[in-house]
Design a protein around this ligand. Structure first.
Ligand code: PLP
Length: 376
């Protein structure tokens, strides 16, 4: 059986989510229809909207359902209508691709946005939209979004926060001043293909997709009520269990970090000095390509990611680690281990066993061929 340690890519769907979606699939009714079935579907979607806003502590919010976290980011970046855009250098491709000409905000070597550089940029560029993610998907580094909101608003900018990885794992109080927030169901144990953008009440958003005028004209297309039902349940469970899960997963993450450090003194943990997500650790093995590590672990029955996998399945150099360590090979040598609701201590121990064997076999400093006394 595979040990699944890739929750930041997608989490296994929670059993309660499967139940809720199965129940939703048995019902029918277009939420835009005026008859009773349609009105019942509309009622369920509105209830889900409240559950999802509650996950990020925003009952005042205005939640727009989308087809993914990627679409939610694109809707904020393009739909908020600001021409001047600044993005952190470690944003997900969903944000970077939506704002190709944006000014880049640098990060320090711990993976956290450089607030002095941000403040300087905000005061020199025309005020527009600044995008900083809540927590990075590769290193887990948590960004000071409350402080960034304050700096942005003082300088007349709006703040968009990609909360896809932070939601359900971090205290939502930090998001209280954000102007828009992107979420994705499948990182929480909900279904893939459902996301949401929460916008501050009264903020205008121009649709990327026109048509039937759903989501108050900001995202046309019949709502995915089955997926939304699953998203709402996943959000509710994540909110209820957040504190206990943070404690449990932090202990698992420490087990992994201590274990790799004990097995190899040359191992690097990018972002290890920052405040990080409880479930995420980036582990770099000097001299061994990330792609090789992922494949070797896969053969040993362990599923992890390289820092940045693209949709073709190829591993590309991590722009996140490049931003933290310019010109350093670490950007091509790190794997990401990410835990979640179904992870156990046994998973961590089996990972460590496989990782140790891999390291002994592949690391240039551990390989017998490098030891003078060992013949080929
Ligand atoms: N933003 C971050 C930080 C992510 O990690 C991801 C997915 O990996 C996304 C956005 C995109 O979300 P989705 O897969 O729902 O499009």
């Amino acid at each position: 059986m595979t040990i699944y340690l890739d929750y930041n890519a997608t989490a296994p769907v929670r059993p309660a989510v499967i139940e809720a979606m199965t129940e939703a699939a048995r019902r029918h009714g277009n939420p835009s229809s005026v008859h009773a079935s349609g009105r019942a579907a509309r009622h369920r979607i509105e209830a889900a909207r409240r559950d999802i806003a509650a996950l990020i502590g925003r009952d005042d919010g205005d939640v727009i359902f989308t087809g993914s976290g990627t679409e939610a980011d694109a809707l904020a970046v393009r739909g908020l209508g600001r021409t001047s855009i600044a993005v952190s250098a470690i944003e997900h491709d969903a944000v970077l691709a939506a704002a190709p000409g944006a000014a880049r905000i640098p990060v320090a070597s711990d993976g956290v946005v450089d607030l002095c550089a941000l403040e300087a940029l905000l005061s020199t560029e025309t005020p527009g939209l600044v995008c900083v993610m809540w927590a990075n998907n590769e290193t887990g580094a948590v960004q000071p979004v409350a402080e960034i909101a304050r700096l942005a608003h003082t300088a007349g900018w709006l703040l968009h926060v990609d909360a896809v990885q932070g939601a359900g794992r971090l205290d939502p109080a930090a998001l209280s001043e954000a102007d828009s927030i992107a979420l994705s169901a499948h990182k929480l144990g909900g279904p893939p293909g459902v996301g949401a953008l929460l916008v501050r009440e009264g903020l205008a958003v121009t649709a990327l997709i026109g048509g039937g005028g759903q989501e108050r004209g900001r995202r046309s297309g019949t709502e995915n009520d089955i997926g939304i039902a699953g998203f709402a349940v996943a959000a509710t469970i994540a909110a209820q269990e957040r504190e206990t899960e943070v404690a449990r997963l932090s202990a698992l993450r420490s087990r992994i970090e201590d274990g790799v450090r004990r097995r190899a003194t040359d191992v690097r943990i990018p972002g290890g000095d920052a405040d990080r997500l409880c479930n995420t650790v980036s582990v770099a093995l000097p001299g061994v390509a990330a792609e090789t590590q992922v494949m070797t672990l896969d053969l040993a029955g362990i599923a992890v990611s390289a820092g940045s996998a693209c949709s073709s399945g190829k591993v590309k150099r991590s722009h996140v680690l490049d931003a933290m360590f310019p010109g350093d090979p670490v950007a091509a040598e790190a794997i990401r281990v990410s835990l979640g609701w179904n992870s156990t201590m046994d998973d961590c121990d089996r990972f460590l066993h496989a990782w140790g064997a891999m390291r002994d076999r592949l690391s240039p400093v551990a390989r017998p061929s490098n030891a003078e006394s060992v013949p080929e």
